[in-house]
Design a protein around this ligand. Structure first.
Ligand SMILES: [Zn+2]
Length: 367
């Protein structure tokens, strides 16, 4: 019984639908299909021009995507373009089908100078080309289970073949995870990109294609075995080498920078996860944009108000403690650095928070 439930869950994951992202269906949309030489493009009213542009991009990137994977041909691909619920995403399936949300340029600032339509179409089509590349006679879901290709390979490959390395993809994320010492918890889109760059740099990028071309005696593809055969290194060892390499790079980079306290006073702001902040002109308030709960998906605008009564309370407590240790021989001799630090941190206290809005919604980037 457990097996049947697992299978139902797995199959439902294999066949994704756009309503799964928002919980909404859209009976008001009328769908039309446009056929090009290698694609069937499905779209609803209001986005005909975008669909035409998307179809053109698809035909233009197709030869490059095939060439990169050493393929000559691929079956006709169905592309579904939609604007429903304004979700900044897209997903591809092994059935040579991709669902793509369009009309997102204004929100997709992380693309920097790239355009959403080009980026998302090339990315999702690369997933389909890759899926075709590692396709064998074994039907799904058995094939995915047998090949056991990690998420970082899927996403990293799509980025390596269609994008360029930049702050939001994924330099900033690397800096953060290296410093936090949790590189094993990175999003597959982030560690995947640098792992593919590292793979190509260390073993040559022809080993990427030869790994995915590999089939065992049964004609099946298994990522770990193929990777070992074509690079000479176990995936586990590769991940560890990558971790060391990235840590060396980012700590080397950090060592060339001035320490933060040389630039100014370091303070902790009263919020769990901060995107940006600004002081009011008299410094009595801070406007904070971010999340006050780790599990919150949206962003809040929070106003933190300076609490001078609390500051006085802290200062008095500090003075009393100073008085107590005044004649302590060792403190006199070596100073009390910890206390000095504390004093600095406590100089201003912003505590009374007011959450102004709950619906600044930023869709997580996950194409
Ligand atoms: Zn992707």
């Amino acid at each position: 019984m457990k097996f049947i439930y697992t299978m139902i869950l797995y199959l439902s994951l294999c066949w994704g639908f756009t309503w799964q992202f928002s919980g909404r269906t859209h009976p008001e949309l009328n769908w039309t299909t446009m056929e090009t030489e290698h694609f069937r493009v499905h779209f609803h009213q209001g986005i005909e021009d975008i669909a035409k542009e998307g179809a053109s991009i698809s035909e233009q990137v197709r030869p490059t995507l095939l060439q990169q994977m050493g393929l000559d041909d691929i079956p006709i691909i169905d592309i579904i373009f939609t604007t429903e619920d304004e979700i900044m995403n897209g997903f591809a399936m092994h059935t040579y089908t991709t669902f793509i949300w369009v009309d997102q340029n204004e929100a997709a600032v992380w693309l920097e100078d790239e355009k959403w339509l080009y980026q998302v179409v090339a990315h999702e089509l690369q997933h389909i080309v890759f899926s075709h590349k590692i396709n064998t006679w074994l039907p799904e879901p058995w094939e995915s289970l047998y090949s056991d290709t990690p998420g970082w390979v899927w996403e990293g490959l799509a980025e390596y073949e269609t994008e360029r390395w930049r702050p939001h993809r994924a330099d900033i994320s690397h800096k953060y995870h290296v410093l936090k010492n949790n590189m094993d918890k990175m999003d597959a889109h982030h560690d995947g990109y640098s792992k593919l760059l590292y793979w190509s740099d260390r073993f040559g990028d022809s080993t990427i294609v030869s790994t995915f071309t590999d089939r065992n005696k049964l004609g099946l593809f298994n990522f770990e075995k193929a990777f070992k055969k074509h690079t000479g290194v176990e995936v586990k060892q590769f991940n560890e080498d990558w971790r060391r390499h990235m840590n060396t790079y980012y700590y080397g980079y950090r060592s060339q920078k001035e320490p933060l306290d040389e630039i100014g006073e370091v303070v902790s702001l009263p919020i769990k996860k901060l995107d940006s902040f600004a002081f009011s002109s008299d410094s009595s308030k801070i406007a904070l944009l971010g999340k006050d709960d780790k599990n919150q998906w949206d962003r809040s605008l929070i106003i933190a108000v300076r609490d001078t009564a609390k500051e006085r309370e802290r200062l008095e407590k500090q003075l009393k403690e100073d008085e107590k240790t005044k004649f302590d021989f060792f403190t006199k001799l070596i100073g009390d650095e910890e206390k000095e630090e504390k004093k600095k941190k406590n100089s201003r206290y912003y505590g009374i928070k007011k959450r102004l809005t709950m619906d600044i919604f930023i869709t997580p980037v996950n194409i």
